[in-house]
Design a protein around this ligand. Structure first.
Ligand SMILES: NC(=O)c1ccc[n+]([C@@H]2O[C@H](COP(=O)([O-])OP(=O)(O)OC[C@H]3O[C@@H](n4cnc5c(N)ncnc54)[C@H](OP(=O)(O)O)[C@@H]3O)[C@@H](O)[C@H]2O)c1
Length: 377
């Protein structure tokens, strides 16, 4: 165990949560209430909630009770002065307000881990799925230097859209073993909770499928390239290369289905290499995949980044979405594709690894890599 690990086990790091009352915010509360390194210090939400004890402000929808150490915390306005003692600020803010609020927190030299879409396309902001591209953390010093005035501790780091997250974990495992993927078709069956609370009207979703989720297909097609791509460097300036050395075409079709939690997707891929790997080789590569977050000892990382089902009818959202507390990705039905090379099914818990769990592992990685500056670093 490193000295930093020891220090983290002895002294808890104060964290804040913006959007603490929402769907993602509640998952943050549940996951952080037992975290070995982090302690919830401040909560923020909209003017509808501010000034109230958390238990009165939120419409709690989790299956476990509100943690007792959080119930009485007074919800604050999302202003940096209320969070100045937090080394880490997690954001589950609505995208309509996340841009301005997260920008103000960064300008106040606070480290923000965001779930919103607003900064994902920013060329200096890493878009990190912690089971995939932790090395993109190396962009943070450039982001801090570019800010006027330059920042010492503050930055914004985003995680991906919930459906992109489920896709890129197996794609990264396959690229690691077999080299570049050049084409991917993905069709999603996305849970209602992905739209936040109260989300899609029951009259629209019960007994139905809605074959459109605004902006989702573009997000999956674009974010996948930023996440699976590398970082190029010219004249001392880093840039995300968008997988441009090996062009990758992604075609996504996104559907909302009457499932509460858990995004399921069917995926077909074509590899550059010929002949392509067999379904058995693909299964073995997925099982063997170990992300750096696991070897580095990030406490929220799942034991199996990818769990491969052998049963022909799995994964299923109702049965598999809480496996490993929703932190891993389940894959099944790995088989040959008669059009591309290989096809399979993926299930990822959209509220856990698709949102709050990813942010928390990103923060753990940032602490271990010294990107989040702590008194104990
Ligand atoms: N749900 C998912 O599966 C998922 C997955 C990945 C990413 N995301 C992203 O994560 C973010 C949160 O999603 P969600 O599903 O948790 O949404 P949600 O349930 O609608 O929660 C939104 C949160 O934002 C707060 N908020 C709204 N207006 C505000 C304002 N003017 N000032 C300060 N706070 C304000 C709300 O506070 P009040 O309760 O006080 O209104 C609430 O805490 C979104 O950007 C979403 O796209 C969601």
């Amino acid at each position: 165990m490193s000295n930093l690990h020891k220090a983290l086990d002895e002294k808890l790091v104060r964290v804040g949560i913006l959007g603490a009352t929402g769907t993602v915010g509640q998952r943050f509360i549940t996951l952080l209430s037992n975290h070995p390194w982090f302690i919830i210090h401040a909560l923020g939400a909209s003017p509808r909630s501010t000034g109230k004890p958390y238990a009165k402000a939120t419409n709690w929808k989790q299956t476990t009770p509100i943690p007792s150490n959080v119930r009485e915390i007074i919800v604050q306005e999302c202003k940096p002065e209320h969070f100045k003692d937090c080394a880490i600020v997690f954001s589950g803010l609505d995208a309509d307000v996340a841009g301005d609020i997260e920008g103000a927190f960064r300008a106040a030299d606070l480290a923000v881990f965001s779930n919103a879409k607003n900064y994902r396309r920013d060329p200096s902001v890493p878009l990190i799925v912690p089971l995939v591209n932790d090395f993109h953390l190396s962009m943070i010093p450039q982001q801090q230097a570019q800010h006027q005035p330059p920042l010492q501790k503050g930055f914004i780091l985003t995680n991906a859209n919930c459906s992109t997250t489920g896709l890129v974990v197996p794609l990264r495992a396959l690229e690691k073993s077999f080299g570049p993927i050049e084409a991917c078709f993905v069709t999603t069956m996305q849970a209602i909770s992905g739209a936040g609370y109260p989300g899609v009207s029951s009259l629209d979703i019960i007994d139905n499928i809605v074959p459109y989720i605004g902006g989702e297909e573009e997000k999956m097609e674009w974010e996948t390239l930023k996440i699976l791509g590398g970082i190029s460097e010219e004249d001392g300036q880093k840039a995300f290369d968008m997988h441009s050395r090996y062009p990758l075409r992604v075609s996504a079709s996104c559907n909302r289905v009457p499932v509460i939690d858990g995004h399921t997707m069917t995926v077909s891929v074509r590899f550059s290499r010929r002949p392509p790997p067999s379904p058995q080789q693909v299964r073995e590569a997925l099982v063997a995949y170990t992300p750096a977050a696991r070897s580095m000892g990030c406490p929220s990382t799942p034991v199996h980044a990818i769990f491969v089902h052998e049963e022909p009818d799995r994964p299923q959202p109702r049965l598999d979405r809480y496996y490993q507390d929703g932190a891993g990705v389940s894959v099944g039905r790995v088989r040959q594709c008669p059009v591309l090379d290989i096809k399979f099914v993926v299930l990822a818990n959209n509220v856990s690894i698709g949102a709050a769990t990813s942010s928390i592992i990103n923060a753990e990685l940032a602490v271990l890599k010294g990107v989040v500056k702590l008194p104990i670093n």
